[in-house]
Write a protein that binds this ligand. Structure first.
Ligand SMILES: Cc1cc2nc3c(=O)[nH]c(=O)nc-3n(C[C@H](O)[C@H](O)[C@H](O)COP(=O)(O)O)c2cc1C
Length: 365
C-alpha cells in the first residue's frame, strides 16, 4: 500500500504526536530492588523514541496493585526518581511517553503483595502469575483466592490512581493510560462473571463501569484530558470464560467516555483468548465514540495503514515488533526488513538484563 498515513502527525484536543505509530505497553520484569525501574530502561525507551508515542510497561499504582514480581512501581520516591531518568532520555530523543497505570485485581498472590488479592467479588479463576516459588527463585504460581473489595478498598484504590497520575506527571510522563484491559481490575469490574456485587459497583452495566469512569474523571480533573487515555479489550477473555455482553458493555463505556475527550481509547485485540473484532463492530464503535482510537494486536505495516485509511482508528500500537526493531518507524518508512519476533526473543521478554532488551540494533548497525 502506497499511503504514508502512518507517518503523518496526529493532533486532538492538545494531544499531539509526530506520527501514528505507538509502542504498546509491555511488561519486561526487570526492575531493581524495591520495584525501581531498571537502569537500562532509559536506553531501552530512548532507542524506541521515534514512535509517535511510547506507552510504558504496566506500572502498579500501589503495592497491593501488583500481580507480577519485578514490575516497577510509581508509588515511592525512589521509583519516581527512576522513572524521571526514563522520561528525560525519551524527551531528549524528541519522543513522548505515557505511563500505563495498572492494578491487577484478583490476578495476584499474597506472596507478591503481602496482602490478599482484591477483586469485585470473591471469585477465583484458575490462573497463574509470575512470583516467588516456594523452593526459591521466581516462576509461575497459582493466584490466591481474592477478597471482595469494600467501599473503603474502592476509595483507597481511586486515591492510589490519583496519586500515581500525579507521580507520573512529576516523573515527567506526557500522560497516563489506565489499564482497563486483559482481565485486570477494571476489566473484572466490567465483566458479569467476575462482578457479582449488589452495591452501586455491580449489577447493571452503569454500575459495572462506574469504578473505571470515576477514576477517569478524577484523573482528567487532575492532569487534563489530553494526558489521560484508557486501554480496554472487550474481545479478549481472562481465561476461557467469555462474557458475551462485554462488547456491548464496552460500547456503553465508550458512550460515557465521549464527554471526557481523552487523548485516546486503546483497543487491545488478538491476544490471549480472543475473538475477532468484526468490521460491523468497528463501524458501530466509530458511530458511538467520537474521539481518537488506537488499536493494537498483531498489526503489520499494511494492516495498520489499512485501518487508518478506513478511518476506524487514528493510531496503531505495535508490541513485539518494537522489542526486536527499536527503529520500527524508520524500517516501516524505508521498507527495511524487520527483525521478526520469535520463540528466541520471547525467552528474554521477562527478567534478565540487557540481552533481548537494549541489544537489538537499528537497521544496518
Ligand atoms: C512481553 C509482553 C509484555 C506485555 N505487557 C503488557 C502490559 O504490561 N500491559 C498491557 O496492556 N499489555 C501488555 N502486553 C500486550 C501488548 O501491549 C500487545 O497488546 C500485544 O503484544 C499484541 O500486540 P503485538 O501483536 O503488536 O505484539 C504485553 C505483550 C508482550 C509481548
Amino acid at each position: 500500500m502506497k499511503s504514508d498515513i502512518l507517518f503523518k502527525p496526529f493532533e486532538f484536543n492538545g494531544f499531539k504526536v509526530k506520527n501514528r505509530i505507538a509502542m504498546a505497553p509491555m511488561t519486561r520484569a526487570r526492575s531493581k530492588k524495591r520495584d525501581i525501574i531498571t537502569d537500562l530502561a532509559p536506553l531501552y525507551y530512548a532507542q524506541r523514541a521515534s514512535a509517535g508515542l511510547l506507552i510504558s510497561e504496566g506500572i502498579p499504582v500501589s503495592k497491593e496493585a501488583r500481580g507480577y514480581a519485578m514490575t516497577p512501581g510509581i508509588y515511592t520516591r525512589e521509583q519516581i526518581e527512576g522513572w524521571k531518568k526514563v522520561t528525560e532520555a525519551v524527551h531528549k530523543e524528541n519522543g513522548k511517553i505515557f505511563a500505563q497505570l495498572w492494578h491487577v485485581g484478583r490476578r495476584s498472590a499474597k506472596s507478591i503483595t503481602g496482602t490478599t488479592p482484591l477483586a469485585p467479588s470473591a471469585i477465583k479463576n484458575p490462573d497463574k502469575v509470575y512470583g516467588p516459588l516456594a523452593e526459591g527463585g521466581f516462576g509461575l504460581i497459582e493466584t490466591d483466592f481474592p477478597k471482595a473489595m469494600t467501599i473503603e478498598d474502592i476509595n483507597r484504590t481511586k486515591q492510589d490512581f490519583l496519586q500515581a497520575a500525579k507521580n507520573a506527571m512529576e516523573a515527567g510522563f506526557d500522560g497516563v493510560e489506565i489499564h482497563g484491559a486483559h482481565g485486570y481490575l477494571f476489566d473484572q469490574f466490567m465483566r458479569k462473571d467476575a462482578n457479582k456485587r449488589t452495591d452501586i459497583y455491580g449489577g447493571n452495566v452503569e454500575n459495572r463501569i462506574r469504578f473505571v469512569l470515576e477514576i477517569v474523571k478524577l484523573l482528567v480533573e487532575e492532569i487534563g484530558a489530553d494526558k489521560v487515555a484508557i486501554r480496554i479489550s472487550p474481545f479478549v477473555s481472562e481465561i476461557e470464560n467469555y462474557d458475551e455482553e462485554m462488547p456491548e458493555t464496552a460500547l456503553y463505556l465508550m458512550k460515557e467516555l465521549n464527554a471526557f475527550q481523552l487523548a485516546y481509547l486503546h483497543l487491545s485485540e488478538n491476544i490471549g483468548n480472543f475473538r475477532e473484532v468484526s468490521d460491523s463492530y468497528r463501524i458501530e464503535m466509530k458511530k458511538i465514540y467520537k474521539n481518537p482510537i488506537m488499536v493494537c494486536g498483531n498489526y503489520t505495516k499494511e494492516t495498520a495503514t489499512e485501518i487508518l485509511e478506513k478511518g476506524w482508528a487514528d493510531m496503531v500500537s505495535f508490541g513485539r515488533l518494537f522489542i526486536t526493531n527499536p527503529d520500527l518507524v524508520e524500517r516501516f518508512k524505508n521498507n527495511f526488513p524487520l527483525e521478526i519476533d520469535s520463540s528466541e526473543s520471547a525467552m528474554t521478554y521477562y527478567g534478565g538484563g540487557a540481552e533481548g532488551y537494549t541489544d537489538y540494533k537499528k537497521y544496518g548497525e
